[in-house]
Structure formats: structure tokens, C-alpha cells
Design a protein around this ligand. Structure first.
Ligand code: KIV
Length: 281
């Protein structure tokens, strides 16, 4: 879709400004209303996405790549996630805010996972947490949900395990991997997750998981049959320029717009065209 077509398109005003809850997401699956989700890491962009009608804002540990300039999400800390979530919380009125539990904040023991998830809820103010993995995190999911912390699961490509897998390629392409993902989805549902992210798995597998579980699936590179979709905001708005996987549809080319605008500003300063008398006191 071209930029002008997008701007000509009426902005999808949410029917209500009522806060989106985890229960509402389950209801959306039941009524067949697709869930629209994006990442957010700061107050400025999160407020824009919220006013545009986004249902879920994920303060993803992709902040490590997008904002901090790392190659992986591994260096992101719990304190970073608290800081970014606090910023997002300040500007969002409607969307459900979900915060990623970063690498090593939930792997050591279910008790430590519970304590750290508690910090994200209490100090940062998110509405739910997300963690990566299947069978190995089931106990942590159970203890969190039993203690009133809503948890989103994350299966398929799990970027925190990059050094174990060695690549960001599609997961679940073999029968064994696909069966393991289905078993993990079932186990996470049993443990109480309210939703599941499916990342970079074949569309047919995502469709099977979506029909198997009662909780909504949110896909990223997982085809059209998921109950919702999520993208990293900087990818879909064309701020990141190098990363162009086929599952990212670019709705704008903001890097081009920003480069041209900053270039024009530099030129104006050099040419003594900025500021004018009207722009001065
Ligand atoms: O951290 C993140 O941005 C994510 C999404 C890719 C789902 O986990």
C-alpha cells in the first residue's frame, strides 16, 4: 500500500476507549475480531499507537536491537524493561501493555521468575508479562498465574535462545519441531497463559495451534490464521532500513522522511535560513 493510500484511509478509531484487558483478548478470539499489536519502548510513540487504535503494546526486549543498538536481546536487563515500560505506561490509556521478561530474569527458578514478574507489575505498571519457551517455563508460568500475574507465552523463534539455535531462521518446519511446538502450546495453556505469540513458524502450523488452543495466538511471521498480528514498530514504519524479512509489511518509509527533513534543517542552518525573525524573540 502506498503512503498516500494509507493516509487517505480513515484511521481505525477504536469503538471504545475502554482499557483492553486479557479477558477482552480472549473474547476477541471467540468473536473473530483480529487483535492488532505492536511493540513500543517510549512514551512518545506509544501514545501515538494507542490513539491510532492498537489493542496490545508489547514493551519487547527487542528494545535491545531497536533502541540500544545490540545484535541480540541478550544484554537487556530487568531494570531496562522497567524503565521502558514506565515510559510507555505514562502515555497509554487504552491498549493492554505487556512487558517482556528479559534473558535470565525467569530461567533460574520459578520463585525468581515470580519475583521479577512482580517487579514489572509493581514498579513498571504493565498489565501482563511475556516470556519465551515451552515445557521448560511451564512451572514459572503456573506460579505467576496462580499469583495473579497474567502471562503471554512465546513459541517458535525465540530470540533469547539465539546462541543455542545459531540463527533466526523459521522454526517448526520439521514434523518433530512442529509437534514439540504443539505440545508446548498445550502445556502453556494448561499452565494458564492468556495468549501465545507464535514467531516465524509455518502458516499451517500456526493455524493448527490457533484452532487447538482457546487462548488467542498472536503471530509474527506466522501467517494469516493467527488470532492477531504483532510487528516491531520500527520495522513496519520503515525506521529500520537493513532488516527486511518478508513478514514485515512496511506501512511508511520514516527513515527516508526523517533523513530528508534533517538534511533540509542542516542546509537551512548553514544558509542562515533558520531561524527567521518570526522564529526569534
Ligand atoms: O521483543 C519483541 O519485540 C518480541 C516480538 C517480536 C514478539 O518478542
Amino acid at each position: 500500500m502506498s503512503a498516500s493510500a494509507i493516509f487517505a484511509h480513515t484511521m481505525p478509531t477504536p469503538t471504545t476507549r475502554k482499557r483492553v484487558t486479557t479477558l477482552r483478548l480472549v473474547q476477541m478470539k471467540r468473536e473473530g475480531t483480529p487483535i492488532a499489536a505492536l511493540t513500543a519502548y517510549d512514551a512518545l510513540t506509544a501514545g501515538i499507537f494507542d490513539r491510532a487504535g492498537i489493542d496490545v503494546l508489547l514493551v519487547g526486549d527487542s528494545v535491545g536491537n531497536v533502541v540500544q543498538g545490540h545484535d541480540t536481546t541478550i544484554p537487556v536487563t530487568l531494570d531496562h524493561m522497567i524503565y521502558h515500560t514506565q515510559a510507555v505506561v505514562r502515555s497509554v490509556e487504552r491498549a493492554l501493555i505487556v512487558t517482556d521478561m528479559p534473558f535470565m530474569s525467569y530461567q533460574v527458578s520459578p520463585q525468581e521468575a515470580l519475583r521479577n514478574a512482580g517487579r514489572l507489575m509493581k514498579e513498571a505498571g504493565c498489565g501482563a508479562v511475556k516470556l519465551e519457551g515451552g515445557a521448560r517455563v511451564v512451572e514459572s508460568v503456573r506460579i505467576m498465574t496462580e499469583n495473579g500475574i497474567p502471562v503471554m507465552g512465546h513459541l517458535g523463534l525465540t530470540p533469547q535462545s539465539i546462541h543455542q539455535f545459531g540463527s533466526y531462521k523459521e522454526r517448526g518446519a520439521t514434523t518433530e519441531e512442529a509437534d514439540a511446538i504443539k505440545r508446548d502450546a498445550e502445556a502453556l495453556q494448561q499452565a494458564g497463559v492468556f495468549s501465545l505469540v507464535l514467531e516465524k513458524v509455518p502458516a499451517a502450523l500456526a493455524a493448527d495451534v490457533t484452532s487447538m488452543v482457546d487462548v488467542p495466538t498472536i503471530g509474527i511471521g506466522a501467517g494469516p490464521e493467527c488470532d492477531g498480528q504483532i510487528l516491531v514498530w520500527a520495522d513496519m514504519l520503515g525506521v529500520t532500513t537493513e532488516f527486511r524479512p518478508r513478514f514485515v509489511r512496511r506501512y511508511a518509509e520514516l527513515a527516508d522522511v526523517m533523513t530528508a527533513a534533517v538534511g533540509a534543517y542542516v542546509q537551512d542552518v548553514r544558509d542562515h535560513n533558520f531561524p527567521t525573525q518570526e522564529e526569534s524573540y
